[in-house]
Design a protein around this ligand. Structure first.
Ligand SMILES: Cc1cc2nc3c(=O)[nH]c(=O)nc-3n(C[C@H](O)[C@H](O)[C@H](O)COP(=O)(O)OP(=O)(O)OC[C@H]3O[C@@H](n4cnc5c(N)ncnc54)[C@H](O)[C@@H]3O)c2cc1C
Ligand code: SF4
Length: 328
C-alpha cells in the first residue's frame, strides 16, 4: 500500500490567512483543494510538500455568482459535482457542466474542484507511476532524473496537459484571479499555461487561484469533445474545445478552437479560426478547419493509445464539435 509522506496540514478560514501561511511555508508549501490529484502524487513521491494548505474552508472560494447576461464568477473551490448540477451553469453555460460530467467518476467529482482541475499536474506514462517503478527506469527529467524517456534528445519535458476544463476555459476567454501576499492579479486563462511539462503554469507556486471569471454570453456558443478509452472514467488523450460567434445570417464572426491532451499546454489552432471567420459554417469550411487541427496536433507517445491514431482523431473530433455548434 502506498502511504502519504508526513506533512503539516493547515486549514485557513480566510484568503488573507491562506496566502500568509503559504508565504510562511515558502517553497515547501502547497495548496490542496479536493486532493484527488495532489494526494496520489504525494503517495507516489512526485510531489512532497512539507506543508499542505487546504482551500476547502475558504468561503470566498466556494461561491458562484452572476449569470450569462453579465458574466459568471466561479470560486476555485467549487466542486465538480456542484458545477455539473448548478442551475445557472446548466441554463447559461451548459457546455461547462457537460465537460465537467466527463471528468473522472461521481465520487471523485464530489471531492475534485474546478480550481484543482485548471491547475492539474501534467501527465505522462513514465511519470504517473509509483516510486519503485520510476526508480527502476532511473526516474526522468520531470522528477528526480535527467533524461526524458519520451524524447531522449529533448531538453524539455513533454508531459501532457490533461485537464478537461482547461481547453474550454481557454476557448471561452475566461480569466482567473490569483492572490498572494504580494497582491492580486487577473490573468487570461490562455496566458496561464506554459508549453513545458515541468514548468507548466505561468503562475508562482505561492499564488492562490481564487476564482474563475466567465465572459457574458452575447450570443456565442461553445462545446467540448473528449477522446478517451473508457467512457466511465479516463483522462482525455485528446480534447477539443470550440467556441463560435455567429451573425444572424449564419456567418462566423469569431472562432476559437483549442486542442487539449496532446501537448504540455492547450494548443490554439488559429489556422482553423481563420478558415471559419467571415464564412458560412458549411461542410467544406468545417472539414478545412478539422484538417488544420489535424496538421497542428502533434501528440507524443506518452499517454494512452497510439500517437498517430490520436493525431488522426483530431479530424473527426473537431468536425463533431463544429457540427454540434452548427445545429445550436
Ligand atoms: C482516477 C482518476 C481519474 C481522473 N480523471 C480525470 C479526467 O477524466 N479529467 C480530468 O480533467 N481530471 C481527472 N482526474 C484528476 C482530478 O480528479 C481532477 O482534475 C480534479 O478536478 C482535481 O481537483 P482537486 O480539487 O482534487 O485538485 P487537487 O488535487 O487538490 O490539486 C491539484 C493541483 O492544483 C493545486 N491547487 C488546487 N486548488 C488550488 C487553488 N485554489 N489555488 C492554487 N493551487 C491550487 C494543488 O496544489 C495541486 O497542484 C482524475 C483523477 C483520478 C484519481
Ligand atoms: S515527457 Fe519525458 S521528462 Fe516529461 S514526464 Fe514524460 S518521460 Fe519524464
Amino acid at each position: 500500500m502506498m502511504r502519504l509522506p508526513k506533512f503539516t496540514y493547515r486549514v485557513p478560514r480566510v484568503v488573507a490567512d491562506a496566502v500568509k501561511m503559504m508565504g510562511d511555508a515558502g517553497p515547501e508549501g502547497q495548496f490542496v483543494a479536493g486532493g484527488t490529484d495532489l494526494y496520489p502524487n504525494m503517495k507516489r513521491r512526485q510531489q512532497t510538500p512539507k506543508t499542505v494548505i487546504s482551500v476547502t474552508r475558504l468561503k470566498e472560494l466556494n461561491q458562484i455568482t452572476g449569470d450569462g447576461a453579465g458574466g459568471l464568477r466561479i470560486g476555485a473551490g467549487v466542486s465538480l459535482t456542484d458545477i455539473c448540477e448548478h442551475t445557472i451553469i446548466n441554463r447559461d453555460y451548459p457546455f461547462i457542466a457537460e465537460a465537467a460530467r466527463t471528468i473522472s467518476t461521481p465520487i471523485l467529482r464530489n471531492m475534485g474542484t474546478i480550481g484543482g482541475n485548471l491547475l492539474l499536474d501534467t501527465r505522462c506514462n513514465y511519470y504517473d507511476q509509483n516510486y519503485e517503478w520510476r526508480k527502476g527506469i532511473n526516474f526522468c527529467m520531470k522528477k528526480d532524473g535527467e533524461v526524458c524517456w519520451v524524447a531522449p534528445g529533448s531538453s524539455k519535458c513533454w508531459a501532457v496537459q490533461s485537464a478537461d476544463l482547461v481547453p474550454l476555459m481557454v476557448a471561452m476567454g475566461a480569466r482567473v484571479r490569483l492572490v498572494s501576499t504580494l497582491g492580486e492579479r487577473m490573468v487570461e486563462a490562455a496566458g496561464l499555461y506554459n508549453n513545458d511539462g515541468i514548468d507548466y503554469l505561468h503562475k508562482r507556486p505561492d499564488e492562490l487561484l481564487a476564482s474563475i471569471h466567465l465572459p457574458p454570453l452575447n450570443g456565442w456558443r461553445a462545446t467540448y469533445k473528449k477522446l478517451r478509452r473508457r467512457g466511465a472514467f479516463d483522462f482525455p488523450v485528446l480534447g477539443v474545445a470550440a467556441r463560435l460567434d455567429m451573425d444572424a445570417d449564419g456567418t462566423v464572426k469569431d472562432a476559437r478552437i483549442i486542442l487539449g491532451g496532446i501537448a504540455p499546454a492547450p494548443i490554439e489552432v488559429k489556422e482553423a479560426a481563420v478558415l471559419l471567420i467571415g464564412h458560412a459554417l458549411d461542410r467544406e469550411r468545417m472539414e478545412a478547419a478539422a484538417e488544420a487541427c489535424y496538421l497542428k496536433a502533434r501528440p507524443l507517445d506518452n499517454t494512452d493509445f497510439v500517437m498517430n491514431w490520436r493525431k488522426q482523431m483530431a479530424r473527426p473530433y473537431v468536425l463533431r464539435a463544429l457540427e454540434e455548434l452548427q445545429d445550436k
